[in-house]
Design a protein around this ligand. Structure first.
Ligand code: ZN
Length: 250
């Protein structure tokens, strides 16, 4: 995961700073063919690149515009590499779900869902898809660990699933895209769960007989003790205060 931060401080959602207790994660995709983060996230930090069109999400709501703000975006930096940008503090209410059949008070925004947008491309590039999918899995796993979110439905859902549940507006993301590459929200939840479980799998087992290996660094060997102490002084001056001089007969 390549997680960076650029809060959308001019967005009315950011300014409202309404707190929520994080309960879930809603995955979105932008619905437009533009994989570049700079289209949505500004100002340019040198990695994003500028957005000459001025239609990014770091601006106040103007008349006729939908009020929109996600907690993060996944897409391309100007050098083509993939990153996640956190655009709202995770613990404030976002404006990403809209409302479904259960109404405003029951929508995902008002019930603790973090909303993250993946920048869509033309939806057919396998290489881009595999990178953003991996990034989204890692981000979601990180948030599950941070906020104790269960890696299962209805805690981890996409926008279209939220609509089916009555807690989000009628959008198709991300299920108009993921199946084109053999993925779904079910594979996503499974991959998030596996990603959360990885640390437990890589904890090294204790060596038999409680034998612990020590790896020591030797820097020099001198026939004069004074020269050894000079070397030790050099090391200490550089901050390596744990060095010691040891005499060995040969
Ligand atoms: Zn959406």
């Amino acid at each position: 995961m390549n997680l960076k931060q650029c809060y959308l401080t001019q967005n009315d959602c950011y300014k409202s700073k309404q707190k929520h207790a994080v309960k879930g994660f809603m995955l979105h995709s932008t619905g437009a063919n533009n994989p570049n983060l700079c289209r949505y996230v500004q100002p340019d930090d040198g990695l994003l690149g500028p957005n000459p069109n001025g239609n990014d999400w770091n601006r106040p709501t103007v008349e006729g515009n939908t009020q929109m703000c996600a907690h993060g975006f996944i897409g391309k930096l100007k050098d083509g590499s993939i990153a996640t940008y956190q655009t709202l503090p995770w613990d404030i209410v976002g404006w990403h779900s809209g409302s479904g059949t259960k109404g405003y008070s029951a929508n995902a925004n008002n019930n603790g869902y973090i909303g993250v947008e993946i920048c869509e491309d033309g939806l057919t590039d396998e290489s881009y898809f595999s990178k953003i999918y991996k990034e989204a899995v890692e981000l979601c796993a990180y948030l599950c660990k941070t906020y104790n979110i269960k890696p299962e439905s209805p805690y981890i859902i996409c926008h279209s699933e939220g609509n089916t549940l009555g807690i989000a507006s009628g959008h198709a993301d991300v299920m108009h895209w993921f199946p084109k590459h053999g993925k779904s929200m079910d594979t996503f939840r499974t991959d998030v769960k596996e990603s959360i479980d990885i640390p437990a799998k890589v904890v090294p087992t204790e060596e038999p007989n409680n034998q612990t290996s020590m790896y020591k660094v030797q820097l020099g060997a001198f026939t004069e003790k004074e020269n050894a102490e000079k070397m030790q002084k050099i090391l200490e001056d550089k901050g390596f205060t744990d060095s010691y001089v040891k005499e060995e007969k040969s």
